[in-house]
Design a protein around this ligand. Structure first.
Ligand code: ATP
Length: 344
């Protein structure tokens, strides 16, 4: 069978002195993927990107590119595009000169460079700004120049390290849209570092979740969100209700329940708040709980509940329906569809 992986990381490790910044990270990236490296600060995302780009050497493990061992290739030989957090534009060069820079390094002809620069300026929506210096541009425009420069020589892979972290919320949203469009139009492989869960979920075809230098899970956004493989991933990606399973009857808080899979093999059952609701007559699962607090959020109210075992739950309740939002102190039952719960 033909190996479809464009990039393969095999047991990558990185030590700084005695400190392990990355441990045994193995993953594959297919051509055209938009892979986000997601994790809290210090989890090793930037370190992994830096090693992938060839800007630093791993302590152990191998990188393959299209089946070839590229572990010892310097950054230049890998030829991946790179967009950094702080843009890193040349301040004394104009927009056009910044974009032309990597093409000049490649010694392309003047005419070819002029054509390509014009094309890139158009692609990132900077027509009319070609002659400006970076300081005369807004943050979003500077980031567009950085993108255009990194994409100018058509790298097979574009690496992006938190490119939008310096932008305000609105501009960030706009740039995310543009990045999606660029990715769709170009079909280039993007590897994108972020610590923002929503950004990763919205942009990526795949997400790799890091914690303490270890890869926790790599899968599609919906798979990591709906089927996290461990508690860290479940909690890092969004609000989650986690309930202890009784060892004796495999129920929860003294209530025998029809739990997913083999209840003997796990200790917790997890349900995202949007999948949990107040139980009605006829719902198979009926877990007793008491309302502790409610927070009005406009379209919905967030209810904080407590089970009989003292565990906290969160659910969302639509406002303005015939079903009134219960007051604190109310005893009720919550339910969920079995297929929306998973074992942890
Ligand atoms: P952030 O979102 O804050 O950028 P990150 O997930 O990208 O975090 P890294 O920058 O990869 O994390 O850092 C991983 C760990 O390695 C951190 O604990 C960091 O302090 C450490 N580290 C990174 N670079 C070096 C270095 N050159 N020397 C020593 N330690 C380093």
């Amino acid at each position: 069978m033909v190996d479809a992986a464009q990039i393969e990381a095999r047991s990558i490790g990185k030590k700084y002195g005695n400190f392990s910044a990355l441990r045994d990270v193995s993953l594959t990236i297919s051509q055209g993927e938009f892979l986000s490296l997601l994790g809290p600060s210090g989890s090793g995302k930037t370190t992994f990107l830096t090693l992938l780009g060839g800007y630093d050497a791993s302590t152990s493990g191998q990188f393959l590119f299209e089946g070839q061992d590229m572990t010892k290739w310097p950054a230049k030989q890998r030829g991946f595009g790179m967009v950094f957090q702080g843009f890193a534009l040349f301040p004394h060069l104009t927009v056009a000169e910044n974009i032309a820079f990597p093409l000049k390094v490649q010694k392309r002809s003047k005419a070819a460079i002029a054509d390509r620069v014009a094309q890139m300026v158009e692609m990132v929506g900077l027509s009319g700004h070609e002659g400006k210096k970076p300081r005369a541009l807004s943050g979003g425009q500077q980031q567009r120049v950085a993108l255009a420069r990194a994409l100018a020589y058509e790298p097979k892979v574009l690496l992006l390290d938190e490119p939008f972290s310096a932008l305000d919320k609105n501009l960030r949203g706009q740039m995310q849209e543009e990045l999606r469009r660029l990715h769709r139009d170009l079909g280039t492989t993007f590897v994108f570092v972020t610590h923002d869960q929503e950004e990763a979920l919205a942009l990526s075809t795949h997400i790799a979740i890091f914690n303490h230098g270890e890869l926790q899970q790599i899968d599609t956004p919906d798979a990591v969100y709906e089927r996290p493989s461990n508690r860290f991933t479940a909690e890092f990606l969004g609000d989650i209700n986690i309930l202890s399973v009784d060892a004796s009857d495999h129920g929860i808080a003294g209530t025998p329940l029809d739990l997913p899979m083999n209840a003997a093999s796990f200790r917790h059952v997890a349900i995202r708040p949007e999948h949990m609701r107040l139980a009605g007559v006829g719902d198979a699962i009926q877990l007793p709980a008491t309302v502790r607090d409610r927070v009005y959020l406009g379209a919905t109210s967030r209810l904080l509940l407590e089970t009989q075992a003292g565990e906290e739950l969160m659910i969302y309740h639509a406002n303005g329906t015939s079903l009134p939002v219960p007051d604190p102190g109310t005893q009720l039952h919550v339910t969920w569809a079995k297929q929306d719960s998973f074992a942890l």
